[in-house]
Design a protein around this ligand. Sequence first.
Ligand code: PRP
Ligand code: URA
Length: 210
Amino acid sequence: MAIHVLDHPLIRHKITLLRDKNTGSKDFRELVEEIACLMAYEATRSLPMEYVDVETPIAQTKGLVIGGKKLALVPILRAGLGMVSGIERLVPAAKVGHIGLYRQENTLEPVEYFCKMPVDLEEREIMLLDPMLATGGSAIAAVECLRKRGVDPKNIKFMCLVCSLEGLKKLHDAEPEISIYVAAIDQGLNEHGYIVPGLGDAGDRIFGTL
Ligand code: PRP
Ligand code: URA
């Protein structure tokens, strides 16, 4: 499936503000929410629609509503949580599942510590949320976790704010059937596995745990 680079001027402007090391936690959190909302507006463009009958104050007519599969938002803890409220503004009826993953500091391998999903997960279209895609290990582990619970990878949209080119390639090679939505593709990773230039540790900046 496709890789979509969401380069709307509003998204690019807000990503630059996020990158700034002087942006404090309150503003950082608000920006993550706003960017996630703008990205979801683009990512929901392809949702199927169906006609329903509607009665206006003047006449009976037909109108379009969103049809097809229901949505589930699945943030990867912790940083993915910061994206949920922005997307819920557009799709308030979406259910929310959680996957807890952290990167081991020395190996950068993801470790799963939590997973709680809606019961009808496999019947839903999934938006998998994480602001950062660095080595790609966490995103690949999260997709695997969804696959084990019966989700067809074709129904997964992975949404991230900033990725490294190598992480993006790794995820696309490992999971060619998912769709990927990203706002910025950065040049690489430093020796600690941080995206360069990136924006630092997204989880720490969202929750003020720097
Ligand atoms: C960050 C980020 C991703 C992961 C990306 O989470 O939010 O989940 O790293 O790195 P990867 O592509 O190399 O796997 P982190 O493990 O720091 O946990 P946190 O969100 O709790 O801070
Ligand atoms: N996780 C982050 O939060 N930032 C990075 O640059 C890499 C992984």
